[in-house]
Design a binder for this molecule. Structure first.
Ligand SMILES: C[S@@+](CC[C@H](N)C(=O)[O-])C[C@H]1O[C@@H](n2cnc3c(N)ncnc32)[C@H](O)[C@@H]1O
Length: 182
């Protein structure tokens, strides 16, 4: 049910498409999404990285199933690979990644500082990361979003990422996305 709501709520769709649009994904990019939920961003990433490869990890079996149905054609074409695992048990990937993205996910990770350091090691030099948050707690406002943005910014810089840049999408509540490079 939560997955269905996430997939069909207009603001969820908009925030996922918006975050992917900020990443300047190239046709040959190798991308990892963490916590893909119903797989909206995965579908948009696959639409852009036509000759690349999209990996996704999510620790919910239900989400892997739902996102798998949504992205079935790209999975069959071996352009998308969805794995049932947690961010603290990252899969071994044979080549460095160009892009890592997580939308409304980092807040659930067991140890984001540690996991971001590990994720930095999966990116090629000059690789990019985007962490986005649209606070869903009761009474969330633009201030809640701004605070989430500051936290994501600090986590990224503490993990050694550089050139952090913050973007905001004016939904209710707003979405913040912090982008950075290795
Ligand atoms: C709020 S949902 C967001 C889903 C999707 N990114 C979106 O914006 O529609 C959070 C997702 O992160 C996943 N998640 C939470 N903790 C995780 C972890 N430790 N490792 C991998 N995925 C995790 C959940 O299963 C869920 O699918």
């Amino acid at each position: 049910m939560a997955g269905w709501v996430m997939a069909h709520r207009g603001s969820n769709r908009r925030r996922n498409l918006w975050v992917v649009s900020l990443l300047d994904v190239q046709p040959t990019d190798r991308v990892l999404e963490i916590g893909f939920g119903p797989g909206l961003a995965i579908a948009e990433l696959a639409r852009r990285a036509t000759r690349g490869h999209i990996y996704g990890i999510d620790h919910s079996e239900v989400m892997v199933h739902q996102a798998g149905k949504r992205n079935a054609a790209a999975i069959r074409a071996q352009r998308v690979e969805l794995l049932h695992t947690s961010v603290d048990r990252l899969p071994r990937l044979n080549e460095p990644l160009d892009v890592i993205v997580a939308v409304n996910s980092a807040g659930f990770w067991p140890n984001p500082a540690e996991q971001l350091s590990e994720l930095r090691g999966l990116l090629r030099p000059g690789g990019r990361i985007a962490l986005a948050s649209q606070p869903r707690c009761a009474g969330a406002t633009a201030d809640t979003t701004a605070q989430a943005g500051r936290e994501l910014h600090n986590l990224l810089t503490q993990a050694g990422f550089t050139q952090p840049r913050m973007e905001t999408l004016n939904l209710n509540p707003p979405v913040v996305c912090v982008l950075a490079t290795t």
